[in-house]
Structures are given as C-alpha cells and as structure tokens.
Ligand binder design. Structure first.
Ligand SMILES: [Zn+2]
Ligand SMILES: [Zn+2]
Length: 197
C-alpha cells in the first residue's frame, strides 16, 4: 500500500498523545488573508513570502471521541493602515485550548449561545470547537482562524494617523499639501457671487 501523503498540519489519531511544533510560512498566511480589504489594500505580491509567519507549540491528546490541542501560538502578519495605507504589523500571541469532536456532536449554530445563571446570554464560541473524524486532526483551520481573527476591521499604523489628503493623496503624516479644505458649498456660492460695484 502506498504511503499516504499527509498535509503538514495533519496529526494521526494513532500518534496521540504527542507534543509537536508547527511553522506557518508567509505564502500560506498571504493565501489565507487574501480577500480581506485591509490585506488586499497593501497590494503585496502574490504569493507573498513576507505576508507574515506563525509558530505553534502544541500538546495533542485524545480522550474517548474527543481530541485536544493545548499550547501557544505566536506570529505576525502585515496589513494596510486603514487611513494612510502604510504597512502595519500585527503581532499574534495566543494561548490555545481547542477541542476536536465528531461532527455529529458539534453544537448547532443555535446552541452556541448559552444562558449563564443570571439569564444573560453568553457566547460559547470561545470554547474553540472544531470537527474531526476521530482518525486524524487537521490543524489548518485552527491556524487559519488565528490569522483571520487577528486582522482588525480598521488597522491603524498609530493612534493619531493623519491619513491621506482626500484630494491629492499626499500622506499627511510625512508632508503637507496645498489643497484647501473643502468648504461648505453654500459658502462657496457666496464667494463666487459678483457684488455690484
Ligand atoms: Zn496610518
Ligand atoms: Zn492635498
């Protein structure tokens, strides 16, 4: 029987328990983030070996029908500043505690909100549940999620980024331009009014 090619992030159930580390290259990070507006705004080459990187140190074990991945995930990724489009580096430093369970036991979407003792709704999505087939763990969806969730809606290169001039595109952080501030159109009409002499 030919030896099966396993993906780099697949661990066979028969190899559990095991401690393993995983590296995620920039080209894969770039592929995963493709389509996110603040990633595409960088206009990076495709594939992009400098899109970011990741490193996971995980303890993997199983118990009956469930498997667990516990450990650390560190890395970084590059996106564009939402105001001036300059390159912003986001750092990732997470503790992972993930449960893999048979798809039939995965909670339906409706069940992912539970009520606590005060009756308030608590999202249980941070329990980090992933499906598996009890034969192998595929960690790729877990790693991909770390990068995708680390991209803010509007990343900023710095808190007070002045952004680009809306008229000429000059980066107002590093220079100024001669564009006049757009004035109220009603005032503009007054300015053009020829007064009788
Ligand atoms: Zn900026
Ligand atoms: Zn300008």
């Amino acid at each position: 029987m030919a030896k099966e090619q396993l993906g780099p992030y697949v661990v066979l159930a028969r190899d559990l328990p095991v401690n393993r580390s995983f590296d995620i290259p920039g080209t894969l990070v770039g592929q995963w983030l493709k389509g996110l507006p603040m990633r595409d705004a960088l206009e990076a080459p495709d594939p992009d070996p400098d899109a970011g990187a990741g490193h996971a140190e995980l303890e993997l074990y199983s118990e009956e029908t469930h498997a667990f991945a516990v450990g650390t995930f560190k890395g970084h990724l590059h996106v564009a500043c939402g105001r001036c489009l300059t390159d912003v580096t986001m750092q990732l430093d997470e503790r992972l505690h993930v449960t893999f369970m048979p798809p039939s036991e995965m909670p339906a979407d409706d069940d992912t909100v539970a009520a606590d003792e005060d009756g308030a709704e608590v999202a249980t999505e941070d329990l980090d549940l992933f499906p598996w087939d009890e034969d192998r763990i595929d960690l790729e969806p877990l790693f991909r999620e770390q990068f995708v969730l680390a991209v803010p809606y509007a990343p900023l290169c710095r808190e007070d980024c002045k952004g680009l001039c809306g008229q000429c595109g000059t980066d107002l952080n590093s220079s100024t331009c001669k564009c006049e501030k757009p004035i109220d159109p009603r005032l503009a009409a007054l300015k053009d009014l020829k007064l009788p002499s």
